[in-house]
Design a protein around this ligand. Structure first.
Ligand code: FAD
Length: 436
């Protein structure tokens, strides 16, 4: 068969790899000039660095398996993580159960209660029972108003903006599950990172697809899915020289976000409603290359409404700075609406908003430490998972025969991530090859 794939991110490339392995002719079209989608990289000091901070948990089996299959499993490094939280104008360590006991922003009773609630969630295996309750309601009820107000409400608000009260409990449950799965008996968390960056995974996939006779075209967006008598028959694509061609395919997989999919093809109202029911948060990620480290933790949660960013992720507190020509690498991250002021600001304006807050995390910080600034804006960064979500997920098999959809809104109850896009890409490839 001839199979067309729209998008060379984790889902599209892993599906295309399996199509090629099964002996089919596969062609991948990617709008961007690079592979990897949201997990793609830029060059920093001679090394590759993700546009948005990325790591893996020990339970991320699908990506670990594909790396082994590709012969690059040895690139994985597992590193003890260090986590902090900024609340009440202070930085607290937040990595281990002992740190939680010392977390004086909460009363001693609340610290114990928070640990017990996390344990309760870790032991809970039936997320379906949580489907009709929001994370905000569940946490307030089980952990109490003060833990919610001091810790979880600011973190939920940071991640989901004004939509934070509508996020369903299975999303929060799955976050706790993955984080606990990556801890040892003493509660110390280990995180994974491929030493040659996530780029190695996606570049190797591209290489293998090509070596099996497949094609991957960059800077070649799909502008239309061609449909005849209710069945997809091909794709109209725009080439880098501006010309457009129509290519015939027997099967098509789209991995574009739900809001972009209806622009490619006419769909019936019922399916359009499902696509439209899930909102996405965008992300604005600033990367600072610096001469000095800002903090000594990898992941700093910001539980403070005043601070204009949600998290500080100091990548070179996880991986050695020698990978980046000796630069310290700091991400400042925010999840925001795609139309928000922060999303639309210029890079310079954004730095002016963020930089004055950095001394809060290290009083010695000076602007001269910053040697380079990169900003990345992601429009479909995080689907907002509402209550009873399992009833609203768009089907992979679209109402147009021979046309399938695999994007991050279809990952549930787990939170979206490279692991789950790879798993979904491979599962959907198998389904398509079985005949739908
Ligand atoms: C800030 C941030 C931090 C993250 N951190 C982590 C992390 O720590 N660990 C982790 O595992 N995951 C993380 N993720 C999530 C992870 O990156 C994504 O879930 C995953 O990469 C999504 O892969 P995908 O293939 O489903 O979608 P995408 O990566 O979005 O791929 C879709 C592709 O389709 C292309 N496309 C769109 N329209 C067209 C068109 N018309 N024609 C051709 N191509 C088109 C896009 O350019 C894109 O390359 C993070 C994401 C963000 C934004």
């Amino acid at each position: 068969m001839r199979i067309g794939v729209i998008g060379a991110g984790a889902a599209g490339l892993s599906a295309a790899y399996d199509f090629a392995r099964a002996g089919h002719g596969v062609t991948v079209y990617e709008a961007a000039p690079f592979v990897g989608g949201q997990a793609s990289t830029i060059e920093v000091g001679g090394g590759r660095l993700e546009r948005g901070y990325h790591h893996l948990f020990t339970s991320d089996n699908a990506i670990l398996e594909i790396m082994d299959e590709l012969g690059i499993g040895e690139s994985m490094r597992w590193i003890p993580s260090s986590v902090g939280i900024y609340t009440d104008h202070e930085v607290y360590r937040w990595s281990t159960p002992i740190d939680l006991l010392r977390f004086s922003a909460l009363s001693f009773r609340d610290r114990i209660r928070m640990g017990m609630v996390a344990k309760k969630l870790q032991r809970m295996k039936d997320w379906r029972a949580l489907e009709d309750i929001t994370a905000a309601e569940w946490i307030r009820e089980n952990a109490g108003a003060s833990i919610y107000a001091k810790v979880w409400e600011p973190l939920l608000r940071g991640k989901f903006g004004d939509r934070f009260e509508s996020v369903a409990m299975p999303w929060f449950w799955s976050k706790i599950q993955t984080r606990f799965a990556s801890r040892d008996r003493l509660g110390r968390e280990k995180l994974g990172y491929p030493i040659n960056s996530f780029d190695e995974v996606f570049e190797t996939l591209e290489e293998r697809i090509k070596s099996m006779g497949g094609q991957v075209y960059l800077e070649t967006p799909v502008t239309n899915v061609l449909v005849e008598d209710g069945a997809a028959t091909g794709l109209r694509v725009k080439h880098p020289d501006g010309t457009e061609t129509e290519e015939n395919f027997d099967l098509i997989l789209s991995t574009v976000p739900s809001f972009a999919f209806p622009k490619l093809v006419d769909l019936p109202e019922t399916y359009l409603k499902k696509l439209g029911a899930v909102e996405y948060m965008g992300a604005v990620v600033m990367i600072l290359e610096m001469t000095h480290p800002l903090t000594d933790v990898y992941w700093m949660n910001i539980a403070d409404h005043e601070v204009p960013f949600l998290g500080l992720i100091e990548h070179t507190n996880l991986m050695p700075k020698e990978l980046y020509g000796g630069s310290n690498v700091l991400y400042l991250t925010n999840y925001v609406e795609r139309q928000s002021e922060l999303f639309l600001m210029s890079d310079e304006e954004l730095l002016e908003v963020y930089a004055p807050w950095l001394p809060r995390f290290n009083p010695a910080f000076e602007r001269s430490w910053i040697t380079r600034v990169h900003v990345n804006r992601v429009s479909a960064a995080q689907p907002v998972i509402g209550t009873n979500y399992s009833q609203h997920i768009p089907e992979h098999q679209t109402p147009v025969s021979k046309l399938f959809l695999a994007n991050t809104t279809q990952i549930y109850p787990e939170d979206r991530g490279t692991n789950y896009s790879i798993q979904m890409g491979r599962e959907i490839a198998a389904t398509m090859l079985r005949g739908g």
